[in-house]
Design a protein around this ligand. Sequence first.
Ligand SMILES: [Mg+2]
Length: 466
Amino acid sequence: MSARVLVVDDVLPNVKLLEAKLKSEYYEVTTAQSGIEALENVKKRIPDIILLDVMMPDMDGFETCRRLKSDPETADIPVVMVTALTDVGDRVQGLNFGADDFLTKPINDLALFARIRSLVRLKGMTDELKLRGKTGLQFGISDEINSRINDTRGAKILIVDEDVAESQQIGNKLREIGMHVDVTPDPPKAVGMSEQFDYDLIIVSTQLSSDDGLHLCTHFRSQERTRNTPLLIIIDDNNTELLVKGLDMGINDYLITPIDSNEVVARTKIQVRRKRYQDALRSSHEKSMYMAVMDGLTNLYNRQYFDMHIEMMLRSHISQAKPLSFMLIDVDHFKKINDTYGHLCGDEVLRRIPMIMIRNIRPTDFAARYGGEEIAVVMPNTTLSQAADVAERIRKSIEGYPFNLAGEGGAIKCTVSIGVSSSTQNDNTSQLISRADKALYHVKNTGRNRVAAFSDSGTKVSSDKR
Ligand SMILES: [Mg+2]
């Protein structure tokens, strides 16, 4: 995997050393020797990750990081703080300024590359989601994200740890900042809990007597419900090998024992924010997908989606020699309803008809808003006379439904006319629709509030039930 890395350090030999290491692993490297230079560099070309020295004259790493993270253009670039200091307080400060991780000099190569891979992979995912959001309808994405990510209260955390003192220390610290914490020492129990609740973060100790904890992490990664749940492992200081294994299999972060409470809080907050950010992106994507195929008024599929879908359904039915039926429902005298009671009442009628209809069709039937006051229903594996019976039930229940429209004093009557057709061996969608359309016109011209079903030869199969 190739990625662009920006190395920032005020000491030239440090820059050169990191540059050489990264280039040997085929990373593309750019460098900067001050915070200001780094910010300028980033504006020119966005890197995939930034390795940022803490101790620099003029603008230090913390301030540089703060500026990067507060600019929407650069906020998503993962930042790894690099320092000679091993002071935990410094680490926490970096994380509070929005840094994604911390490395201490001299840098351990394995940890460095594993960390970069893991962060670059995560950024790739976020970029992809953002792109999908953009190609969608851009429905309130930024507002939603902003409001969701910054508040980490109420987050649900699961801790899997046999060390009672350690899990209590973490649990209490997280509860203090308003998070819900579940604790279990038992991996099978943890699996059960993860199937029952949606956690925002799962913390797994790698010092379990039964396991190294990573098997449990692999399990969480493989399950639908926890596939995107951030995983944080608790690991012994010198167990680099296990850490690299963990990062490669997709854990998001780690804590080194003995644990510092402030670091727990900082890292947990970062993971929860990231999860909420991704959830928000994902749901806004789903929302734009939903809006692209649904009709907002009736909550039925829209015409565009209907056109695509009926084509596919018809083809598969013909190939399996199964009958596909189609009905076109038109609200009688809809213009009069609009003129008499107003357009809001007309809308209300259109909103309610699908709700009445839905009780008379099967879940596998496919309903869409076909035109202004026309609704189309496609019925898989249904013969013409069966479809005509369904149509008649729909007609009857709408006729008997009291449309109590708000503010209009009492119920109004509303009826529908329905034309039905069914597929034949050499059919195509326009012929199928056109036969239903003809049947519908026949009803419209002969008194409305009726059902007509036309076979392919133009014969009426059933109609005129009242
Ligand atoms: Mg320095």
